[in-house]
Structure formats: structure tokens, C-alpha cells
Design a protein around this ligand. Structure first.
Ligand SMILES: Nc1ncnc2c1ncn2[C@@H]1O[C@H](COP(=O)(O)OP(=O)(O)O)[C@@H](O)[C@H]1O
Ligand SMILES: [Mg+2]
Length: 308
């Protein structure tokens, strides 16, 4: 769906985006993660045709239309990281204004406005002045407007920043719904935990470089080695401890009453074998599981800290 190849953006001597290559398949809900200043907004603005690249190329869908062309822009709905000021403009009029900018007919805009406002849960705000909306509502209105021309790809730059927890949940639900409706979605954030439960794929960026990208699971697994394993035991602990001490690659992190936490770098099969081995040696297991990896952990591992 979205192909970015060797994209570079320089400001004078400073390189904000450094030879970035990335493919986002159709149907993905892609999380673009990185600390402030990583180059996320710069990348997004280039993809949306709002900023010229210093080098590289961007391609969307099957088209070879140049970046910034009308054809390319038709494929993208863009939700920027700021919401402008709209004096004396009602929600309805805001949608009309953007619809006419896309060259749509007034009647079509009116119909679509109703549908989209319902989708983003703003139906009862249709006659309200835009400037009086809460930040979360403005953000959702922005999503509605970005969907007016029915783009295949929706790109949101830090859509949750500055939102209160409730508004964040609402935004997350909205994005999940849009994804279920078949939109390909790219969402950037410096808040890592926000993306981990929502996105199916991620790219991690730092200082202009893409450190890792791919399916969430793959990226987590690739860098997720070393996640601790929690073991609960109903038989005496001493034999279990002795058994683990003999295992190559196992380090006992902690032991409590009937629970032991070990560090082990093995893959799924080796972990399974380890569990079998304990059972075969008469250890009665009541629980045996690997910690869920977190994006935070992954990020710290990749960048050596400094997620914020
Ligand atoms: N117009 C500009 N001139 C010079 N440097 C810029 C300009 N815009 C952005 N930058 C720099 O480029 C880097 C990446 O910025 P940005 O893409 O906004 O990062 P992010 O969105 O990941 O926080 C930052 O160090 C920023 O200061
Ligand atoms: Mg940004």
C-alpha cells in the first residue's frame, strides 16, 4: 500500500530523516513509534505531499503518481498533530469547507457529513461552533474531515497527544473501527504503550533512522528474547531449583514460596522442552508462562533508553 524508499530529509547540515525505507501493506494498522525529534512528523508530511524530500521516493497503492500530486493526495486522509483555529465556523460548515476543497458536490457533502459525524460520535455537535469543542472532539472531527474523500490510507500524527484518558480510549476505539472497516491506518506516537495493543505492525524510529519494522509479533519476538519465565510449582521447591541450576542458559532471577522466575533466552521450542523436562522430573507445575513483552521494553533494548 505505502512504499517508502530511501527517504531522506535534510535541513541544512542536519538530517531529520536518514535513508528510511518502509513498506506498509494494505489493511495494516501501523504504529510509527519514536521519541520526540525522531523524524516522524517530517516523514508523514513528506508522504502527504506537504514537504519536499531531499531524496528517495514514496509510492502509494499501485499508482506511480508523484508525491504531492492530486492523484496521490486523493488516496490519503491526513490528520495533523495540530488543530487550526476556526473562528465562527460550525461543525457542519467545517465539513462543508473541506468537502468543497476536495471538489465535492454540496449535496454529497451534506449526506457524508451526517454519516461521518455519526461514525466519530459527533452527531449532536453538528450545529456547534468548532472552537468550543473539547480537544478530543476536535481530534475526532479532524478524522471525519480526513475521511470525506474516502481515502484508502489514513495517516494520523500523534492523535492522542494532549487528550485526557477518556478521549484517548474513544480515539482508540474509533481507529479500531476504521481498521475493521478496511482502512489502512498509520498512527504516530511517542507514547509506546498506546500502540502496542492497537496496532498489528510497527516501525521504530530514532534520530532519523528506522531501527526496526514489521508485524508487531515479529518485531517483539525478534527483540523479545530474554523475557522472563514465571513458574509456579505445587511440589517442593528445592528439586526444582536444583534442576534449573543445571540447565544451560537458565538463570534464576528470584524464588518465592511456590514461585520461581527465570531468565532464559530460548525460543518457543526450547521453552517447551524445558517445561517437559521439569514435568518428566516429577516437578508439579501449576503455571508456566513467559512474560508478555512490552513495547517499552523493546524500545529500551533498541535505543538503550530515552523513550521520552
Ligand atoms: N523546518 C525545520 N528546520 C530545521 N529542523 C527541523 C525542521 N523541522 C523539523 N526539524 C528537526 O527535525 C527533527 C525531526 O522532527 P520531527 O519530524 O518533527 O520529529 P517527531 O515528529 O518524530 O517528533 C527534529 O530534530 C526537528 O527539530
Ligand atoms: Mg511529531
Amino acid at each position: 500500500m505505502l512504499y517508502i524508499r530511501d527517504l531522506t530529509k535534510r535541513y541544512g547540515n542536519f538530517t531529520a530523516v536518514n535513508h528510511l525505507s518502509l513498506h506498509i501493506p494494505a489493511g495494516d494498522l501501523f504504529g510509527f513509534v519514536g521519541p520526540n525529534g525522531a523524524g516522524k512528523t517530517t516523514t508523514i508530511r513528506i508522504v502527504c505531499g506537504l514537504l519536499r524530500a531531499s531524496g528517495g521516493s514514496v509510492q502509494i497503492g499501485g499508482t506511480s503518481a508523484p508525491v504531492g500530486s492530486r492523484e496521490m493526495k486523493r488516496q490519503i486522509g491526513y490528520v495533523p498533530d495540530f488543530f487550526g483555529v476556526y473562528d465562527n465556523l460550525k461543525v457542519k460548515e467545517y465539513m462543508e469547507m473541506y468537502g468543497s476543497m476536495y471538489g465535492m458536490y454540496t449535496r454529497d457533502i451534506a449526506k457524508l457529513t451526517d454519516d461521518l459525524l455519526e461514525l466519530v460520535n459527533l452527531t449532536d455537535k453538528k450545529e456547534v461552533y468548532v472552537d468550543t469543542l473539547s480537544r478530543g472532539m476536535k481530534q475526532r472531527l479532524c478524522v471525519a474531515r480526513a475521511l470525506l474523500h474516502n481515502p484508502k490510507l489514513l495517516i494520523l500524527d500523534e492523535p492522542s497527544s494532549g487528550l485526557d484518558p477518556r478521549a484517548r480510549v474513544e480515539m482508540k476505539e474509533l481507529l479500531k473501527n476504521l481498521h475493521a472497516m478496511g482502512k489502512t491506518i498509520v498512527i504516530s506516537s511517542h507514547i509506546l504503550s498506546e500502540l502496542s495493543e492497537m496496532c498489528n505492525s510497527i516501525g521504530i524510529m530514532q534520530q532519523g533512522h528506522l531501527l526496526a519494522a514489521g508485524l508487531m509479533e515479529d518485531v517483539m519476538n525478534r527483540f523479545g528474547g530474554g523475557r522472563n519465565i514465571h513458574i509456579r510449582i505445587a511440589s517442593p521447591m528445592e528439586p526444582a531449583i536444583r534442576l534449573m541450576q543445571e540447565q544451560v542458559g537458565v538463570r534464576i532471577e528470584s524464588v518465592r514460596e511456590n514461585e520461581m522466575i527465570i531468565a532464559y533466552n530460548g525460543g518457543d521450542q526450547q521453552i517447551s522442552a524445558l517445561m517437559q523436562y521439569m514435568l518428566q522430573n516429577g516437578i508439579v507445575l501449576t503455571d508456566f508462562h513467559r512474560e508478555e513483552g512490552t513495547l517499552e521494553g523493546l524500545f529500551m533494548q533498541l535505543t538503550g533508553g530515552g523513550a521520552e
